[in-house]
Design a protein around this ligand. Structure first.
Ligand code: PT1
Length: 276
């Protein structure tokens, strides 16, 4: 299984790790207004040394309750980092955005994967993505980041997420995006209770049946807070357990903050799959 990312090809015969690079004011800054591009790029460099095969650059947090960011601020944050990382590092750079203007500008600076938590449903997003040769990650979300964790509801979460991703996949192919460029993602924590997230992880194979690579982002999320009763900075071992399960259930890309540790568990889980 391969993913076409611009003129790069990502080999997904074995599962890989996508390293998270947040470029929001609370990361790589002096705690005030100054954002340090150099330190962000250094962190990307370290993640690649640790084995990340994709770097995901995001300038707007989509975690539950996070505030919206306007296009100008998002561009100011992500473009210099994407430019530097794409120039210096050999791996595909992903841009985590749902805004068509940010997609186009990021691709001009060297991004070769568009990671969209709204699955290209924003006005103009599908056309913007289709006008590039980048890979696309289509993610499922119920509701909006600000309010999505207020009583999320599904009759059958796995069937509904699968149906949504299947429809978006078809819509994107009709819009001119080749299947070989598309990745799907159930969107753990995006309008989902602990039970919904666990059902989706258990049923991940049913998403894999859609025939495109599946990405799973579980690192440090609130579901681990609920299971473990621990804050985000104490969820490493829980994150590694979930990454292991995701790979055993067929995920090909694991989005993670703790790259070195995640690369090890992904390798072990992949060996299990091949050895069985
Ligand atoms: C993800 C993802 C993402 N997650 C993709 N992109 C985030 N493709 C950002 C919580 O429950 O899973 N897949 N981009 C981060 N968003 C969240 C959501 C962070 C929920 C934390 C939670 O704590």
């Amino acid at each position: 299984m391969q993913l076409l990312c611009g003129d790069k090809t990502l080999d997904l015969t074995r599962p890989c790790v996508m390293g998270v690079l947040n470029v929001t004011p609370d990361s790589f800054s002096d705690g005030g207004r100054f954002f340090d591009v150099g330190r962000a790029v250094e962190h990307a460099h370290r993640m690649v040394e640790q084995g990340a095969l994709i770097i995901d650059v995001g300038g707007e947090s989509t975690r539950p309750g996070a505030p919206a960011v306007d296009t100008e601020d998002e561009l100011r944050r992500v473009l210099p980092v994407i430019r530097a990382v794409a120039l210096k590092l050999p791996v595909p750079v992903s841009v985590d955005t749902f805004k068509p203007d940010v997609m186009r500008a990021a691709v001009d600076e060297g991004a070769t994967l568009i990671n969209d938590v709204r699955a290209l449903q924003s006005p103009g997003a599908l056309a913007a993505a289709a006008s590039t040769r980048t890979a696309i990650c289509l993610m499922h979300m119920q509701g909006e980041p600000r309010t999505m964790q207020i009583e999320p509801h599904y009759d059958d979460v796995v069937a509904e997420v699968r149906e949504f991703l299947k429809r978006r996949l078809e819509e994107c192919v009709r819009g001119g995006i080749r299947r070989e460029r598309i990745v799907i993602d159930p969107g753990f924590g995006f309008g989902k209770t602990l039970q919904h997230n666990l059902s989706l992880l258990n049923g991940l194979q049913q998403l894999c049946e859609l025939g495109v690579p599946v990405l799973a982002g579980l690192s440090r999320k609130a579901m681990l807070g609920t299971i473990l009763g621990k804050p985000a900075d104490q969820r490493l071992y829980g994150s590694l357990a979930l990454a292991t399960v995701a790979v055993l259930k067929g995920a090909r890309i694991i989005r993670a903050h703790d790259v070195a540790e995640t690369v090890d568990v992904v390798k072990v889980a992949a060996a299990m799959l091949e050895g069985g």
